[in-house]
Structures are given as structure tokens and as C-alpha cells.
Design a protein around this ligand. Structure first.
Ligand code: RAM
Length: 526
């Protein structure tokens, strides 16, 4: 079961005006700060960093205004940390009068590795337009170059394509106006361990830079609201910035734009107009319920629950009525795939079934809060009982003490983790399962995202295997830091660090929301 591009242009969607207006009412303020670059750098080979590329300082930033640049000369500005915002810089000419335009290319990079990539070589399956670069022609200097797009970066490369033999250009006053809806995170941090402190800090920065007008998945790409990312961002946000209004806005957006048959799309666009994407992932759709339940637990906002419960119910009914058989078995299918992780190297059936139980449990919690008649709860309680019975009797290998997945009875990490998170067995048995997983299936291989690594780490913490969980925090998220991360990445497969789900890492996002969860994990479990 895998997730590829979906084109479902025949699906009809609701555009519930009342709920969209509520989303508008909950727009949160964007905060800005002015930042200037710290130094001028050049790229250099560095085996320790991603793709073997690092940077080294070549000049103080105040040298910039003294550098005259002509054809094929370039300069790289280093802002010292990752930021999201709008960039501007002054350019003037020096020498004879300007007898030709200035042509300059600006390239924005989250990591040094991107500075060495050439967009003309891109052959991935996602749009090339995500690459953060612009070519400008300036007919008259002096001028202020002010780019209309918002960028996500630490480095800016200015490459002069040409001036003329008679004159050169000088750049000065590079400025970045940051943008984020994150403000005032909780300052207290109890954990003493310096490595964990750093891992937390980078997580917080990741979250901050992804908090925009909605919780974006990545400010470089896709710059939109995905449910899978939102669920984890919301949890990390409760542990830090506590911007519950932003979560509420995002819940309204999904609720307002469901398919007519009740399915909640995997992501929505929220630029100058609101639109649902015609992509559906079963686990993501169900996580709407999960996010709503987490939100209500955090805020006790029962009004929002009253408003959005029918949306969650319609989605849950869609899944229960179509996929669950009388004996509690569940037939997943490719038309409504589960995501779980970008890797397609393992069977996702059992983990997908576990997500159904996981969200059904949260749904039942909301049902109780709704004080729904007992007779209306029966359907959901019965479903949970029969699904769990089926799982225990058919998907759990009692001798091996591990869950099986798919027709080949594959034993993989994702199944164990999601079944533990779904609470199929009691804590003691869950702990045994996790211990077996660590002994038999570690070191982890073939898992490509911080998203799945998050769930592994959380499952370990939940059963009390703190030492193993911390080890993973340090090796996985710490591993990204050692490779040069200022913010966590969308995809990271430690045994293959340059992995991309898109056929080219040029469009990978290196500040990606679902990487931010050390903020939540460290706050909750340590
Ligand atoms: C990526 C997105 C997002 C994720 C989906 C499934 O394309 O960036 O983070 O939720 O995959």
C-alpha cells in the first residue's frame, strides 16, 4: 500500500460558509523581526555534513558593501540560523555608466547542500517551482531588490549573471523581515542533558518557522495544511507556544471543506482563497478526530466539539460502514491508502488497522463528552470490541509475541508501534512487545521520516522504555543536527541520508513540521 500523486477531480466538496467564516474569525497575528546576515561564507567539502557539503566563513558581513561583483561572481550570505520571511537588498553600480541591465540570480537555501544543487538538473516528480530561486533583470541602479515571495532559508546566494565589462555591482543592506504566528513559548526547561536541550531547541525552531497563517507542513514546501503534520504540530504547540487559536482555525478549515461523502481531505490550501486538495489518506482523514480530541482535552472548548463532532462522526461512519467486516477484520484498499511513512518498503496493513482503533478510541472519548444516548454509542463500542478481538486472534503471533502484517505475515516496526499506541493490549504486554521489537527489529532500517520515528519514540516512552526512547531522540534527531540541521527535515533515513520521496532531494523540505516533536516528547516524558 503506497501513496502517490492522487488526481480525484470528480470528487465533490462542501464549502461550508459558516465554518469558513469561523476559520476567518480565528486568523492569528503574524509576528515579525528584522534579521541581518552574520557572515559571508563559501561552500566547502565536509564529510560530516549532508551530501558532504558544508560552509566556511570567508569574510565579515560588513565586507559586503566593499565587494564589487561582475559576470559569474557570487557571494553567499549566512543569516546564522534558519528563518522564514521576506528578503530585500540594495544594489548599486560602480565604474562607467550602466550600459546594460544587471542580471542577478538569488538562491535561498535551508542547508549548504542546496547551494551546490543545480535546478536545471532537477528530474523529480514534484513541481520544480518549489525551488527557491529567482533571476532578476534590473535596468536601473541604484535599486532596492524586494522579492514578493516569502522564503525559508539560512543562506542567500547572490550570483551575478552579468553586468558589463564597463561596470560592476555592489550589494548592501541585506535584510530579512521574519514571519511567524508563534510567539512567547514557555521558557522553563527542566531537562539538564545538554544534547537533549539542543534537540529540543531545534524542534522549537522548526515548529516556530512552520507556524504561519496556518500550521504549514514546510515553509519551503508544501506551504500548506496537512492533517498528519497538524496533529503533531498541535501537540508540540500545546507543550510550547500554546497558540490554541491557530489549531482551532485549522480544524475549522478541514471541517468546512470535506468531500460530500464525508471524507476529510489530507490537506487544504489556505492562501488568498480556501480550497481542499483532492488527496485522501485514510489515516489522515481519521486523525481529524484525534486532533479534535487532543484539542478538547487541552482547552476544554466544548463549543467547538459540539460544532465539529458531526464532521468527525461522518468520517468515522464512512470508514466503519465500508471497511469493517462482521468478524472485525478490516479490508483496506488502494483507493483510500494509508500513509504511515514515506517508505514503501514495508506492509502498512496492520499499522493502518491500528490507526483505525487509535482514532476510534479518541472518537469514543468525544462521544462520552457529547453525552450521546447509550444506544447511539453501541455501534462504536461494538466495533472497537470486535476489531480488537480480531486483531488479538488473527494479527498477533502469540509465539513470536509480535504483530503480523499483510498476506506475507510480515513482522515490521510500524505494526508493533501503532498497535501499542492503539492500546490493543495492557501496558505490561505492550512493554514486552516493544522490548521484543528493540531486540529483534532494531537497528531501524527502511523508515524514512521523522513522522514514523516520532511514533516509534512515543511508543517506547509510553511503555516505560525511557532509555531506548532517549537513545532514539539522540541518534535520529541528534543525527540531523550533526549533519548540519538548524531545523528538522521532512525526510531522513539515517542509513541513506540523501533520501528523497520525490526522486530528487532538491525539493525536500529541511524545515518540516512533523520533525518538531522532540518538543512534545521531551516535555511530556522527561
Ligand atoms: C508530504 C507533505 C506532508 C505530508 C505528506 C503525506 O508531501 O509535505 O508533510 O503530510 O507528504
Amino acid at each position: 500500500m503506497s501513496f502517490t500523486f492522487q488526481i480525484n477531480s470528480d470528487v465533490e466538496f462542501n464549502h461550508n460558509k459558516k465554518l469558513l467564516d469561523k476559520a476567518e474569525d480565528n486568523v492569528t497575528e503574524l509576528y515579525h523581526e528584522v534579521k541581518t546576515p552574520q557572515q559571508i561564507v563559501t561552500v566547502e567539502k565536509n564529510k560530516q555534513k549532508l551530501d558532504g557539503i558544508g560552509v566556511k566563513k570567508i569574510a565579515d558581513i560588513n565586507e559586503l558593501a566593499k565587494m564589487s561583483l561582475g559576470r559569474n561572481e557570487r557571494v553567499i550570505l549566512d543569516f546564522g540560523d534558519h528563518y522564514v520571511g521576506r528578503f530585500s537588498i540594495k544594489a548599486r553600480s560602480i565604474g562607467s555608466p550602466m550600459d546594460a541591465p544587471l542580471t542577478v540570480k538569488l538562491k535561498f537555501a535551508e542547508l549548504p547542500a542546496e547551494l551546490e544543487q543545480k535546478s536545471e538538473d532537477y528530474d523529480g516528480w514534484l513541481s520544480k517551482s518549489w525551488m527557491q530561486e529567482e533571476i532578476l533583470h534590473l535596468d536601473q541602479l541604484p535599486a532596492i531588490i524586494k522579492l514578493p515571495r516569502r522564503y525559508s532559508f539560512r543562506y542567500v546566494e547572490l550570483s551575478v549573471i552579468d553586468t558589463s565589462p564597463k561596470w560592476k555591482t555592489i550589494f548592501s543592506e541585506p535584510t530579512l523581515l521574519t514571519e511567524s504566528s508563534a510567539n512567547n513559548h514557555l521558557k522553563e526547561f527542566k531537562v539538564k542533558d545538554a544534547e537533549l536541550k539542543e534537540i529540543y531547541k531545534v524542534g522549537l525552531k522548526t515548529l516556530e518557522d512552520c507556524m504561519q497563517d496556518v500550521f504549514e507542513d514546510g515553509p519551503k514546501r508544501d506551504r500548506r495544511l496537512w492533517i498528519g503534520d497538524l496533529r503533531l504540530q498541535a501537540l508540540a504547540n500545546y507543550a510550547s507556544f500554546k497558540n490554541t487559536t491557530l489549531v482551532k482555525r485549522c480544524l475549522y478549515l478541514f471541517a468546512a471543506m470535506t468531500a460530500k461523502d464525508g471524507r476529510i481531505p489530507a490537506n487544504v490550501f489556505a492562501g488568498h482563497s480556501y480550497a481542499p486538495d483532492d488527496t485522501f489518506l485514510l489515516d489522515y482523514s481519521l486523525f481529524f478526530t484525534s486532533i479534535l480530541d487532543d484539542y478538547v482535552r487541552e482547552t476544554e472548548d466544548y463549543n467547538l466539539l459540539d460544532e465539529l463532532f458531526p464532521i468527525a462522526k461522518k468520517q468515522m461512519d464512512y470508514v466503519l460502514d465500508r471497511f469493517v467486516n462482521k468478524d472485525g477484520s478490516i479490508n483496506l484498499n488502494e483507493d483510500y491508502p494509508v500513509f504511515i511513512d514515506w517508505s514503501n518498503d514495508f506492509s502498512k496493513e496492520t499499522s493502518g488497522i491500528a490507526v483505525i482503533v487509535y482514532s476510534l478510541k479518541q472518537f469514543n472519548h468525544l462521544l462520552k463528552l457529547q453525552k450521546v444516548e447509550r444506544s447511539d454509542q453501541v455501534k462504536y463500542i461494538n466495533n472497537i470490541e470486535k476489531i480488537i478481538d480480531y486483531i488479538k486472534n488473527h494479527l498477533f503471533d502469540k509465539e513470536r509475541g509480535l504483530f503480523l502484517s499483510g498476506t506475507n505475515h510480515e513482522i515490521n516496526i510500524a505494526s508493533q508501534v501503532w498497535m501499542v499506541l492503539a492500546g490493543i493490549f495492557d501496558k505490561k504486554t505492550n512493554k514486552k512487545i516493544m522490548q521484543k521489537m528493540v531486540t529483534e527489529l532494531f537497528p531501524i532500517k527502511g523508515i524514512a521520516t521523522p513522522y514514523m520515528y516520532h511514533h516509534i519514540t512515543e511508543a517506547l516512552f509510553q511503555v516505560g522504555l525511557e532509555e531506548e526512547a532517549v537513545k532514539l531522540l539522540k541518534s535520529y534527531w541528534g543525527g540531523m543536527i550533526r549533519l548540519g540541521a538548524d531545523t528538522y527535515w521532512e525526510a531522513f533515513e539515517p542509513e541513506n541520508p540523501s533520501y528523497s520521496p520525490y526522486g530528487s532531494s532538491m525539493v525536500n523540505s529541511y524545515c518540516h513540521a512533523w520533525g518538531c516533536t522532540p518538543v512534545y516528547l521531551i516535555k511530556k516524558y522527561l
